[in-house]
Ligand binder design. Structure first.
Ligand code: SF4
Length: 248
């Protein structure tokens, strides 16, 4: 059995290609993306500027499938932490942190993490799998929904940080497509400087990211000398501090 296509796995360019491939106009991608990310609409019958024929074709061949919030914790300072179910085995955490001048959403990119940093609770659970693009961008969509942003039209999430579970640069392709949607005016339309990828220092992927997009980058050093960093951030043995500081 082949997996059914989830339209949330596409950024604008790849969705345009999809519509080309099914013999429709590529601008349908823009209409669908606006419905999903501007209006919060994820059911085809409500996408009234698509022809009935196209809506039934999409209904038959695709889904718009989001992860689900299973529990929510609210703090007095307004922080909201959601446990997000991805499938029947895997879940991740997504956290919204409101401040006076911004609202930051911290999102996950992997279930667990393979990098084994010694201070990290995620590392202790090992590595299960990469998140799909739909699961990454879906965290932002369901947070907007939970905060009532689609209904109010108010932007409460002004910043995104890839600082939840996982090393985002080890899930490069899916993270990049999610970044493209975060910064696309037809989707979430965030300024690039308001999207931050946090990495433990995967140098080849940092170089790749510089070529592909200009979002902000945060490098978690955790130590100021190589020996100490080797002992607490094992990836430092492959990409040592001296090379890492040279690539910034
Ligand atoms: S890269 Fe991040 S998530 Fe992975 S083990 Fe290190 S600190 Fe934890």
């Amino acid at each position: 059995m082949t997996d059914i296509t989830n339209l949330l796995d596409y950024d604008r360019k790849s969705l345009e290609n999809y519509f080309d491939e099914i013999g429709d106009k590529s601008f349908r991608a823009q209409q669908v993306i606006k419905w999903i990310f501007h209006h919060g609409v994820v059911d085809y019958p409500s996408m009234t500027n698509l022809s009935k024929n196209l809506r039934s074709k999409l209904e038959e061949n695709t889904v718009i499938k989001l992860p689900e919030i299973v529990t929510e914790q609210k703090s007095e300072d307004g922080t909201r932490k959601w446990l997000v179910q991805l499938d029947n085995k895997n879940s991740v955490e997504t956290v919204f942190i409101p401040e006076n001048d911004r609202g930051t959403l911290c999102i996950s990119s992997q279930v667990g993490c393979p990098l084994d940093c010694k201070f990290c609770s995620t590392a202790q659970q090992g590595f299960n799998r990469n998140l799909t693009t739909s699961e990454i961008i879906g965290q932002v969509w369901i947070a907007n929904k939970a905060l009532g942003c689609f209904e109010s039209g108010k932007r409460m999430i002004t910043n995104i940080v890839f600082m939840g579970m996982g090393e985002p640069l080890l899930n490069y392709t899916n993270v990049l497509k999610a970044i493209n949607l975060l910064t696309d005016d037809l989707a979430f339309g965030l300024a690039r400087r308001r999207v931050t990828v946090s990495t433990s220092g995967i140098i080849p992927e940092i170089d790749r990211l510089k070529d592909d997009t200009n979002v902000s980058l945060a490098i978690s050093l955790h130590a100021s000398n190589n020996d100490l960093r080797n002992s607490i951030v094992p990836i430092n043995r492959s990409y040592p501090l001296i090379d890492l500081t040279g690539c910034m």
